[in-house]
Design a protein around this ligand. Structure first.
Ligand code: DAH
Length: 338
């Protein structure tokens, strides 16, 4: 190797070895390889060198550049490793990570999904209908005449168009029977609206789950068995269930269903969770009239229907005393369901 270049190389390697931080290493790089660096200046001399020595000189230059570049890189890595170790000193990597708060499903979503799962196991399929309904599907087809109190302006949200926000999910029964033929076995969870004064047990927007089963010989024991089974799946096998005779225009006979609520430290009490009954033949007749056929021949088919309050089910399940908690989105409340 050319002597001059050999001495430039060894000076450069010393400089690199002496560099104690990134900055002095960078200075060393510039001092050797920079435009006016020692090796660059030596390289410029090649033009004054006799032709027969040019190749050997060029080789010396190249091998010096390779050695210096490798030394720079090695030193750079070593300095980085020292800097990393310093940055990590005092940090205990074995400590558990800080917990991130995660979201959770709303209690109403939980109870709705659970109700759907139980009923789907019994063969009920999901059905849907509009929340902005007409009076026909919400009332008339459900055998509820114009003078029925449920149709009072004070109880229902009417639009100028004459449409209304459905007061119950029972309208989905009608829409389903209009578009399908028995056997029909559906459930329809969804919102319902009423002009109720908001208090601990009432909201003007609430949630129901409607059910309908129509086939050639559906009986009252089928209705009872289905709903008792459902409520015991929901609240435990020893849950006491009571069917109380009631009146609904679209079922005959009709019942309200109560569940016995046993909260620790409180006297047990009955709480209403659903309305139900055997589909009134008048409902089948009005659907046949719309369909212009006799697909729901009251002489051949029977059915049962039920509508339950999902908010109620959630309140019973978790002992929630005030229904307003379900819409306030208070994280202290919601995170108890995470
Ligand atoms: N739609 C009724 C309500 O909102 C509940 C109901 C009662 C639904 C009897 C039914 C039923 O399907 O058969 O109060």
């Amino acid at each position: 190797m050319n002597e001059q270049i050999a001495s430039i190389q060894s000076a450069a390697l010393e400089l690199i070895a002496a560099a104690s931080d990134e900055r002095s290493l960078d200075d060393a790089r510039v001092a050797v390889l920079g435009k006016k660096g020692t090796l660059s200046l030596a390289g410029a001399l090649i033009k004054d060198i006799p032709n027969e020595e040019k190749a050997a000189f060029g080789q010396s230059l190249n091998s010096a550049r390779t050695a210096i570049t490798a030394a720079l890189e090695e030193k750079q890595n070593a300095l980085q490793a020292i800097a990393d170790a310093a940055a990590l000193s005092g940090i205990d990597l074995t400590l558990p990570a800080r917990a991130h708060p995660t979201g959770s499903l709303h209690p109403l979503t939980l109870i709705r999904d659970e109700a759907i799962q139980i009923l789907r196991r019994m063969g009920f399929a999901l059905a849907d209908g509009p929340e902005i309904e007409d009076e026909y599907h919400c009332f008339d087809a459900l055998n509820t005449p114009a003078d029925h109190p449920a149709r009072n302006e004070k109880d229902t949200f009417y639009f100028n168009s004459g449409k209304l926000l459905r007061t119950h999910t029972s309208s989905v029964q009608i829409r389903t029977m209009e578009s399908s033929t028995p056997p029909i076995r559906i459930i329809a969870p969804g919102s319902a609206y009423r002009r109720d004064e908001i208090d601990a047990t009432h909201l003007s927007v609430f949630n129901q789950l409607e059910g309908l089963f129509v086939d050639t010989d559906v009986t009252l024991p089928d209705l009872k068995g289905t709903l008792e089974y459902f409520l015991r799946e929901m609240f435990g096998t020893s849950t006491e269930v009571r069917f109380r005779p009631h009146f609904f225009p679209f079922t005959e006979p009709s019942f309200e269903i109560d569940v016995k609520l046993q909260i620790k430290g409180q006297a047990p009490r009955w709480i209403e969770v659903a309305g139900c009954g055997m589909v009134d033949p008048a409902v089948f007749e009005s659907i046949n009239a719309t369909r212009k056929d006799n697909a729901l021949d009251p002489g051949k088919v029977t059915g049962f229907a039920f509508g339950m309050g999902l908010d109620r089910l959630a309140m019973i399940r978790w002992g929630i005393k005030d229904i307003r908690l379900l819409i306030e989105n208070d994280v202290r409340f919601l995170k108890q369901f995470a």
